[in-house]
Design a protein around this ligand. Structure first.
Ligand code: RUB
Length: 299
């Protein structure tokens, strides 16, 4: 199987998962795919690259990071000139995206660490590399909080978070998702990742995020979203909602005669979010349009 199809399969099957990782995987795959093409001219090369880009974007529907990464790499491709020139442009843009993405996750960690409380519990859900970056930076800065990771049914990504935090010296407890409210006493802040930040500052993230936001609202503690710039929906999607992926019901249960639903993301409205922490600093959800205008222009 070629580099492209194996990336598409890895993303669709969730062997590679998380909005940042799938974005980098897609960007890398475009770079590798470009090196395998034997197109006769730039027009043919562009056609083949466009078909590859569509396959990658279609691999998972919700994370806007995927289409943003593909868009950022593809827009580097010239309309004219030689095939070699176009190939080089794609390879170079692919490397640049991955480098910028890694550095953005690091910067979100640095900027977000200041918002982590010095004691008490911090709750999170799923596995977000941006959240892990924030909590690990805060732990290294000597903050004495304890992380509570919701295990995240049905795929248990919370276990990855728990392992990553523990490996980095952050005291960590794992709980079933339904224990989050019962154990919320003592939580000083919630940190979650994002698959998409919509034009009005609504955040689409792993199913169960909205429940944590409701707990945070009821207990009057801040609810923070950690999201690099390429998790924001571009200006071309203003006014539109991201589709919410529903995966194979068998990931949840197979019971004869029973319908199973498996929505894997939910949407948290802007009024429930204290700040969105980006690599450029923490913004208020209501400033999303301004932020997008500045950092995602042309996508
Ligand atoms: C992953 C998920 C993560 C975001 C952000 O869902 O909801 O919170 O993608 O992750 P899934 P990151 O496991 O279904 O892909 O901060 O690593 O980009």
């Amino acid at each position: 199987m070629g580099a492209l199809d194996s990336a598409v399969r890895a993303i669709a099957s969730m062997r590679v998962r998380g909005a940042g990782r799938i974005a980098r995987c897609a960007a890398e795959a475009l770079g590798r795919h470009a090196t395998t093409l034997h197109s006769n001219n730039v027009a043919a090369f562009r056609r083949e690259m466009k078909a590859a880009a569509k396959k990658l974007i279609d691999a998972r529907p919700t994370a806007v990071s995927l289409s943003n990464a593909v868009g950022l790499v593809m827009r580097a491709m010239p309309r004219k000139g030689t095939v070699e020139g176009a190939r080089k442009a794609i390879v170079c843009a692919s490397r640049e995206f991955c480098k910028a993405s890694d550095s953005a996750v690091e910067k979100v960690g640095e900027k977000g660490a200041g918002l982590v409380p010095t004691s008490g519990k911090v709750m999170t859900i799923c596995n977000s590399s941006a959240v892990v970056s924030v909590l690990v930076h805060a732990g290294k800065a000597g903050k004495g909080f304890e992380a509570y990771a919701c295990e995240t049914r049905p795929k248990f990504q919370g276990r990855i978070t728990a392992r990553e935090l523990a490996r980095n010296g952050v005291p960590t407890t794992i709980i079933v998702d339904s224990a989050s409210r019962y154990l919320f006493d003592g939580v000083k802040a919630v940190f979650v990742g994002a698959d998409a930040v919509e034009w009005d500052g609504s955040v689409v993230n792993k199913i169960g995020t909205l429940q944590l936001a409701a707990c945070a609202r009821d207990f009057k503690v801040p609810f923070y979203v950690c999201a690099e710039s390429y998790k924001f929906c571009p200006p071309s999607q203003a006014g539109a909602r991201r589709p919410i992926e529903e995966r194979d019901p068998r990931e949840v249960a197979s019971i004869p005669g029973v319908r199973v639903r498996n929505p894997v993301f939910d949407r948290t409205p802007p009024e429930m979010i204290a700040r969105i922490i980006t690599e450029h600093g923490a913004i208020r959800p209501r400033d999303t349009e301004i932020y997008v205008g500045k950092h995602l222009e042309g996508l």
